[in-house]
Design a protein around this ligand. Sequence first.
Ligand code: PEP
Ligand code: MG
Length: 573
Amino acid sequence: MSHIKGIGASSGIAIAKAYRMEAPDLSYDKKDIDSPDQEVQRFQDAIETSKGELEKIKDHALKTLGEEKAEIFSAHLLVLSDPELLQPIQDKIKSENVNAEAALDETANMFIDLFKNMDNEYMRERAADIQDVTKRVMAHLLNVTFPDPALIDEKVVIVAEDLTPSDTAQLNKEFVQGFTTDIGGRTSHSAIMARSLEIPAVVGTKEVTETINQNDMVIVDGIDGDVIVNPSDEQIEEYKQKQADFEKQKQEWAKLKDESTKTADGQHVELVANIGTPDDVDGVHGNGGEGVGLYRTEFLYMGKSQLPTEEEQYEAYKAVLESMGSDKPVVVRTLDIGGDKELEYLDLPEEMNPFLGYRAIRLCLERDDIFRTQLRALLRASVYGNLKIMFPMIATLGEFRQAKALLEEEKANLKSEGTEVSDSIEVGMMVEIPATAVIAKQFAKEVDFFSIGTNDLIQYTMAADRMNERVSYLYQPYNPAILNLINNVIEAAHAEGKWAGMCGEMAGDEIAIPILLGLGLDEFSMSATSILPARTQILSLSKEEMASYKDEILSKDTSEEVVEFVKEKTGQK
Ligand code: PEP
Ligand code: MG
């Protein structure tokens, strides 16, 4: 038995066999061969096996992820049937007497380089497809396992160095009981996805891939951030009990599903959910969300081989708005790609500091073709519910004005085409760059609302990468510097008669909630599974009392002092 400590990223207990998800070693030696015909046959066998796998994955994706996500696998299958790629590889084996690995690698790379540098977006996407497919065929030639999370068909706990947001999106909840990773923190996107899928997860362990072997029995305790490898029978029993207690606790919380969120002194605050896909709205309803405070639209763009069309986006936004009805607000954030959320088909250059780089609104203002398509889809969908739009990663008023001007332009275009658009769409911004929190007063005159993105605001204010567990001690939501910035934003909004919300993970944190209530935050947006525990807590807190502590909290010296003070006043342990 070994015990590994990590960061509890999604509550719950998982007990199952380990499934290691690691990139296979695809290195090979270039060799001369004796029998080219046999080598061509070996290559064709690898192609057929890969095709069979992709057919299965495609069927599976069709059933669980929908037609749109399954399309990517159709594109991969097309590559595997394309004589323009396959013939030159076979010719090379025969004419140069080289092994299939070398012929595949060299020929595929030639096509990838050629397509990657073309002006045509379609061809650049084909380069990404060839790259993906080549890896699979190469794995078969080398006889190494290629991990396919979509093909898992027994109960497992995934063990990986890291999971990308699109890996996480492919996990099938029926079989994947939980996951644990070496890197990442509570606010890395795989952790956020785990919470929306309600899969227990422990991240930032530094050592799970080193310690856990394929098929080891593993317990993932996402409540306390523990991973137990090859537990004893007693430990399994102990954790089964903990699992049952957690289920019971969930049933208690569920009783508050249809209650409104009122403090003990009768003040209403809005408790809304963060979502990544239209499917997540079931979780919002199931957990008693009063709306959607953050729809991360970038997931629509991920796990695909090309940009989503205006029509696809319109259908997704419409589905969310209709499901939430005419009253419940839906705050949609425009595309926030970059940082840890990559889009292979956009072929963006690698950056030293992607979180400080070309991302979100910066990319959208430059690629206004992408941005306008999204804005049109949103505007068209606006008539189906209570839509609010916000822009991510705003650093300057100039950026906000430019983004809003494009929105207004597209609104005018649609109206002149005779398309109906709602006239009551609020337009706001995320406050996640310290510069905007400092001069929130100036921004408050022009926005309809603020939504504070603490996941990024904390990493930028403390200069501590949100993905890096080595500096996770600096990731301090309760640091007085962060609290003063938040206070500044809320005060600025209220002075202009605007509302201020928070959609970073801090909004659902039980130490932060009393502080934020006291600072006057109007809207709390969090993972759907945090809503009912948060509501339970808020019902017992007096907003007036919390407000009376505001000055004292804001003038504390350290994060620890803040935590101690809040615990003392609220009786939390
Ligand atoms: C944030 O930065 O707090 C936020 C909500 O955005 P994301 O986590 O998607 O960067
Ligand atoms: Mg952010």
